[in-house]
Design a protein around this ligand. Sequence first.
Ligand code: HEM
Length: 418
Amino acid sequence: MTFRPDAARCPVRGHTPPLLRPLPIHGPAFDADPEATYRRLRAHGPVVWVEISPGVFGYLAVTYAACLHLLRNPERFRKDPTGNWEALGAGVIPADSPALQMMMPRDNALWKDGEEHRRLREAITTALSRVDTRALAGTVTRIADQLIDAFCETGKADLVASYTDPLPMLTVTSLFGSPPQLSEKIVHYVTRVFAAGSDAAQANAALESACLELVGLKRHRPGRDLVTYLIEAGLTDEELVQTILLIKGAAAPPTAKHTAAAIQLILTSERFAGNVHTGVTPVSAALEEVLWTRPPAPNYHPVFAQGPQQVEGVTVQPGHPILVSYAAANTDPAVAVPGAERAGNRGHLAFSAGPHACPAPDLARGISSIAVERLLDRLPDLRLAIPAHEVPALPGTFLAGPAALPVHFHPSTTGKQP
Ligand code: HEM
């Protein structure tokens, strides 16, 4: 099959009406109101041809049923892009494309299928099941306190930069049992890789070498930590490095955005503000609301059809990535759950479904809820420093949440750690 990077050629069969040009799921119009784009796409069908990022095209599944179909049929829709993604094989994906960083094949569970996926995933789930969750709760509280201590006397802060972004990264890093200096190095390089700047490739190489150093240390001196547990599962050094990077990348950014979006909701929504402070509405209700309405990973899980495949009445062709829109699935009118009924309802797809579903939803919820509760306990009069509608949203396709949360509060040393 020859790849023709023809943006106007929609390979989906069965659309009514057909799309003349693929809608972008990136850029200012999408960022300003992603939900409006999902509504327009849904009007064209359950799976629609889109521009994922400049020069990168593929499908987006935008109904709950289509997303579940893709997630639950791994034989027909495989994850490994190698040999499946024509544009990648043809070398026509722009080297600096943000989509490439998020969608290129890597040697870890997220990008593998079948037996190889099962083996790599089992190593992760077994290692995660050995984490002492009670000790972890203490660690999250300690990290939360240290971060709050650094700004509580000033009376103002950007909670994203000073609190919600660093907290999950520091928490996850603590699970790897690395010496402090190596931890700092790893956090530094991970941050540079996620910044996706011009030095991302260099930072990635430095990060891999820091992880390899950590693996060497743990082989020499095992401990009660994730790296030791992954070594005990029999992974090779290369698999260990890539698995450490997967866990860091899969855990920290979405947990950070989940926490930030829940704090934003509590500070701005009539349904949650006040009620959470008085305890009438639990923090967990705000966290679940975010997973329904603003999932931290709104569009991801690229899969590749093995031959022409039917999805909810349309035919998708092989050779192109098909992204799952967890965000569009959750707000699909066909499964609409009214706000008041969402609190105890975990039917959303924020943690995905099927064999690649997030293996750590409880860990994620635990970290986010301690982070939110500790902040509200320490700074009870927290309020936004800007009007609610001016809170900037993170731009982009793959991660959602506030880009900044400027707040004011009464300067305080109360509760500051000695
Ligand atoms: C609110 C926070 C989180 C959200 C919304 C989230 C969401 C997701 C989603 C949607 C996937 C599927 C991705 C795909 O198939 O392309 C996934 C996979 C994964 N997540 Fe999470 N996650 C969160 C936190 C965490 C945490 C805390 C950890 C680990 C400590 C973690 C570890 C992983 C791993 C290892 C995978 C890959 C599983 C596989 O491919 O078999 N995640 N997550």
